[in-house]
Design a protein around this ligand. Sequence first.
Ligand code: SF4
Length: 362
Amino acid sequence: MSNSFCRYLSNGYSFVLKSDDTLTVKPCCWFAQEIPVDSALQNNRKKLFESITDWSPACNKCFLLEKSGQQSLRQTGPDWVPDAESSQDPVTIDIHLDNQCNAACVICNQDNSSLWAKEQSKLQHKKITIKPETPTAAIDKIVSTVSLEKVKYVKFFGGEPLFTNTHLQFLEQVPCPEHVTLHYTTNGSIYPNEEVLNVWKKFKLIIFAASIDGIEEQFDYVRWPLTWNKVSKNLLRIRHNKNIQNLIFRIEFTANFLNAYYFDRLESWVQDNLSANAYGDKTDLNIHLYFGNIWNLNKMPAEIRNLIFKKYSKDHRIYKIVSNSTVADLGNWKNFVATWDTRRNNSWKTAFPDLIDYIQTK
Ligand code: SF4
């Protein structure tokens, strides 16, 4: 039987290739503990993951989401892993094998974006070293350690997964693609080329989950140096290509203490432009919490919370998320904008003009 508390604990495999070339695995991308992929893998999984039967500190992200009334990853487990699954084999897989990315979003970092790593090197006057990526060896290791026969769902993280061929290299190894759903966590800036479109045709379903943290000025600020103009056109180009028949859209909004106020602008844009794919399948608009330090929702000043309570009804998701946050100091956010807004010729004040009066930068 699969794990009854969370199916990912028994049949979820989230692979991460670390900067020191160690390949690790955990049940899902949110779980806070990882183990190396080696000959002791299945024993360690049993001991550290499968033995969990209730909320554990390692599952805090799901706990917080469920507490604020949002859907957690845990709640999606039964969509993929049957109750009767008796093996430890992967049914869901996350792939995080390189950090190559064409964006350096303010809410991201150098571990997850090669452009962020370059920007940090420039700031520190360090030589920019481009480390040759080794996803091929990692893919070989995955394939030789676990069976992919039962896989039903593969999720790609980056960097930006469509910026490299890593995803295609992995997909070559997946048996029975017609039973497998692919999920791309993408910044939405890259149109899939012919090779990608041909590979996608073999799979059951493509979930194109674009990370969009606002529109226009809010997008351009948070998702630097991408532009809303380019990304919105790209999404609509995919939407209107009737040859892409097995793709559904998701929009993933990561709420921070400034963009939350503007969520309604994105909601209207999705409603007017991307409420469904070309065949009528509905687009989900999901809200996530930002879990890092700098942009945490808990930094929201009380005045902005009150503005949000006036703007959104009590049953709106943004209202619920904000009412569950606590109030903390702006702390290192001030240093962040002082450094990066200047270097990027960007301004949080232009992006979030309605909130300027409520932020003390001194
Ligand atoms: S973090 Fe969530 S999805 Fe991951 S193992 Fe824990 S409860 Fe399951």
